[in-house]
Design a protein around this ligand. Structure first.
Ligand code: WQD
Length: 340
């Protein structure tokens, strides 16, 4: 029988792309989303992409009764938990909101899983749990710490799940620490920045896109005095398709081995902001003006993944490079050549 997988935050950027990947792998994903940071028409676009009906529950994880009803209706094999607020700056200004939503949401979700005997979960964590890591590339064994409330909610999420597993040894947990997801599905039907809402992501790729389409005059390069080859910040950008394939492999591994894992999802290679500007300009065939600016508070100079464990435990290896990430990101403009 096809296995049903609950995707909390399944209408968001990573959730919707993972919906497609799970569908293609033969799973039956079911979406739960409160649409706080996602477009209402995402389920319809997913239906168009996959050619099937999309089960979607407009539900907030804070609403325990509604959450319970979703678990009553479906017999889930596992949960992939994406639903969370993710703006680092906002989390510094409104920590309580982040603790309430991200940590409270996971607490309710774990309660529903316990009640309905769902014992597998893949958790959307982040390289932010490494703080300002001394060791590069960063192995999963590096010291952990949070430099802002958003990061703290990810760290708390990992710790809470690990404690659940201590209490319930039959639970299996996949903790995936994402580096920097970039790009969109080649169909151009899914987005990184929701079209509705007034909370555009502050990340580099969406900003590059805004500059290329002309809604932002130039990119501010946050810091040119880091200890990196060109002085700008270095990150491990991973194509969204690779990242989502990592989720399918994580789920497969939990089901196959009944063992938990905590792994990095990255490519193992770091690129600077200037590398990204150059590659994005090539992908869209126009100039991307930029200006050097001060460092952004809380940023680290360098962050890229040690990918050894992902290879060993999940058989995961990123296949797509910077060119594909930039070409696919440019699709979001609606101005890309669909034949590329
Ligand atoms: C990448 C690089 C910036 C925008 C954050 C979170 C992390 C994760 C992903 C989220 C840095 C530089 C950026 C701009 C710039 N979680 N930059 N000008 O900071 O690595 O990670 O997002 O969901 O937890 O911390 O990603 O894309 O913001 O920045 O120069 O306008 O681009 O300084 O070097 P980051 P990012």
């Amino acid at each position: 029988m096809t296995q049903k997988i609950l995707l909390t935050g399944g209408a968001g950027y990573i959730g919707a792309h993972t919906f497609v990947a799970l569908h293609e792998a033969g799973y039956y994903p079911v979406i739960l989303d409160n649409f706080a940071n996602a477009d209402q028409d995402t389920p319809a676009r997913l239906a168009q992409l996959t050619g099937r009906k999309v089960d979607c529950h407009d539900c907030d994880l804070m609403d325990k009764a509604a959450l319970d009803a979703v678990f009553e209706e479906h017999d889930f094999e596992a949960v992939i938990h994406f639903a969370a607020l993710k703006a680092v700056g906002e989390s510094v200004a409104k920590p309580q909101m982040y603790f309430d939503n991200n940590t409270g949401g996971l607490i309710n979700l774990m309660g529903a899983m316990e009640k309905h005997d769902v014992k597998r979960i893949v958790f959307s964590s982040s390289a932010t749990v490494y703080g300002d890591a001394e060791q590069q590339p960063i192995p999963e064994t590096a010291p952990l710490g949070a430099t802002n409330p958003y990061g703290l909610t990810k760290l708390m999420g990992e710790m809470m799940l690990n404690q659940m597993q201590v209490a319930h040894p039959d639970w299996t947990i996949g903790i995936l620490r994402y580096f920097n997801p970039a790009g969109v599905h080649t169909s151009g039907l899914l987005y990184q920045s929701p079209k509705s809402g007034n909370n555009p992501p502050e990340n580099l790729m969406p900003r590059l896109l805004e500059v290329a389409v002309g809604t932002r005059p130039h990119l501010m390069v946050f810091g040119s005095d880091y200890d990196t080859p060109d002085g700008t910040g270095v990150r491990d950008y991973i194509h969204i398709s690779d990242l989502c394939r990592g989720h399918v492999l994580s789920l497969d591994a939990l089901i196959r081995t009944n063992e938990s894992h905590t792994v990095n999802l990255g490519t193992g290679t770091g690129y600077s902001v200037l590398d990204m500007i150059r590659e994005f300009a090539k992908a869209c065939g126009r100039e991307v003006p930029f200006e050097m600016a001060d460092r952004r508070p809380g940023d680290v100079g360098t962050c890229y993944a040690d990918v050894t464990l992902a290879r060993e435990v999940l058989g995961f290896e990123a296949e797509l490079g910077l060119a594909e990430m930039c070409i696919d990101s440019w699709r979001e403009s609606g101005q890309a050549d669909p034949t590329t």
